[in-house]
Design a binder for this molecule. Structure first.
Ligand code: AMP
Length: 228
């Protein structure tokens, strides 16, 4: 492992856009725009620092296995990743900072005409479609609600409209997607934001590069510097 280069894994879109100001606060400018460039490895103004563009759900994998030294991904992605690989929070990732970006919430939503409160009260078995099975399983288990989880990879809103499910568990930001599909939010499971994740082995051997970055991010966010 070269100790003088740093690779940061980001996903395109909101996380990339909202991480840029933090990088800037650390003196790092990404030199290409992923909207116009087809490159997956983007150079920065710092010769040893580069950004790799990966799918949001692949960020923890890249960081855990050394494809990147650090990355940014949603708390939802981290929880699902940990659950998929052993069910514990420890997946060989250090999570020093809540960046407070790409904020949204994980919620339960149902068709406007579905009486969710009554169904839960009556102990009905709910069919719940979601991409976030670990979060949904944990939430309904804690409530004592029996559910059949139906794993989907996208367009969860469609599931109740087609009779595939009674409810969905999905990320909600403005609520417009739910509204457009005549779904209503009936429970807020948790608030979600993006986290900085670091590979512990990288922190050990590249601490001189990573720590100033963590400090600059923390300062830009108004947090105390993380003390791993
Ligand atoms: P909205 O219509 O603004 O409530 O956004 C909801 C849609 O955007 C759903 O399809 C969500 O899965 C997705 N979404 C909202 N916020 C996020 C986020 N922070 N990260 C990933 N997907 C999101």
């Amino acid at each position: 492992m070269s100790t003088d280069t740093l690779t940061l894994a980001l996903s395109k879109g909101r996380i990339f856009d909202e991480t840029l100001p933090l990088l800037r606060a650390a003196g790092i400018e990404v030199l290409e725009d992923p909207q116009t460039s087809r490159k997956l490895i983007l150079p920065t103004n710092r010769p040893g620092v580069r950004v790799v563009l990966v799918r949001a759900t692949d960020v923890p994998t890249y960081v855990e296995h050394g494809g990147a030294d650090l990355g940014v991904c949603g708390k939802d992605t981290l929880i699902e990743h940990a659950a998929a690989w052993g069910g514990s929070a420890h997946v060989g990732l250090y999570e020093p900072l809540d960046l407070g970006i790409a904020r949204c919430r994980m919620s339960v939503a149902v068709p406007a005409e579905f009486d969710y409160v009554r169904a839960v009260h009556q102990g009905a078995r709910l069919r719940v479609a979601t991409k976030y099975v670990a979060i949904a399983r944990e939430f309904f288990a804690a409530k004592g609600v029996h559910v059949d989880l139906i794993k989907l990879y996208g367009s969860m809103e469609l599931a109740p409209l087609t009779g595939l499910a009674d409810a969905i568990v999905d990320l909600v930001s403005t609520g417009n997607t739910l509204k457009a599909n005549r779904l209503v939010e009936v429970e807020r499971i948790m608030d979600i934001s993006s986290r900085l994740v670091v590979r512990p082995a990288s922190l050990k051997v590249k601490g001189a590069l990573i720590r100033p970055l963590l400090d600059a991010f923390a300062q830009a966010l108004g947090h105390a510097a993380p003390q791993p």
